[in-house]
Design a protein around this ligand. Sequence first.
Ligand SMILES: C[S@@+](CC[C@H](N)C(=O)[O-])C[C@H]1O[C@@H](n2cnc3c(N)ncnc32)[C@H](O)[C@@H]1O
Length: 241
Amino acid sequence: MARIICAGLGPGDPDLISVKSDRIIRAGQTIAYFRKAGKRGQARQIVEGMLRADAVELAMEYPVTTEILFNTPEYNDILAHFYDGWAERLVALPGEVVVLCEGDPFFYGSFMHLYTRLQGRVDIDVIPGITGMTGCWNATGVPITWGDDVMTVLMATLPEADLVQHMGQSDALVIMKTGRNLPKVRRALEAAGRLDAAWLVERGTMPKQRVMKLADLDDSDTPYFAIVLVHGHGRRPEIAE
Ligand SMILES: C[S@@+](CC[C@H](N)C(=O)[O-])C[C@H]1O[C@@H](n2cnc3c(N)ncnc32)[C@H](O)[C@@H]1O
């Protein structure tokens, strides 16, 4: 039976990869990772310099990313076919395959689509990782949740009205998959009265990290790979004088 190990890579800084993932990645004979066609791939970039010289690399290139609307049957069919195909290829490989996954694999990670297809057919191990949002709130230097704060994680792909509703109900907010949805996120935060408290972290923990208040971001600026955060402000003991 083949064995698949999905190694969580953490938020981007290779020093934040767990000891276990580091060990598995460095020893891996076959290394697979997702990437946008024509790009190097975020996961592959994180492990630069770590792979064995004779490692075989399998780049699993998404057939579509933003070319087709993600909530259409067509998009769903193309992606389902893509994951089916890769699941069959991985099962057929002899020995162990290490699949790289940014952040934590079970937290909005593409690997989950392979996981559900491979379960019961091969041995699968999933190594947890520090999530991207953890790296991002750390980069702001401000604690994210206090006392009984409620934190909500939102995908910027949600309809604007849903974003506004959730934003109005939570203390701390994490908004991922911002990309071209950023103007929508900004409008929703403004409608929920949270825009002035919002931060944007681009490429958190990576070499070109950028941390700024969202309100200070110029309209023409289109951050790549970013998370928007609103810190909680909950119950906490006063600092003794
Ligand atoms: C498909 S999700 C993958 C989440 C990943 N499994 C995790 O645990 O963080 C990708 C989204 O996470 C966010 N993201 C993840 N890591 C990030 C980082 N280091 N800096 C900024 N955004 C990040 C971006 O919003 C990106 O669109």
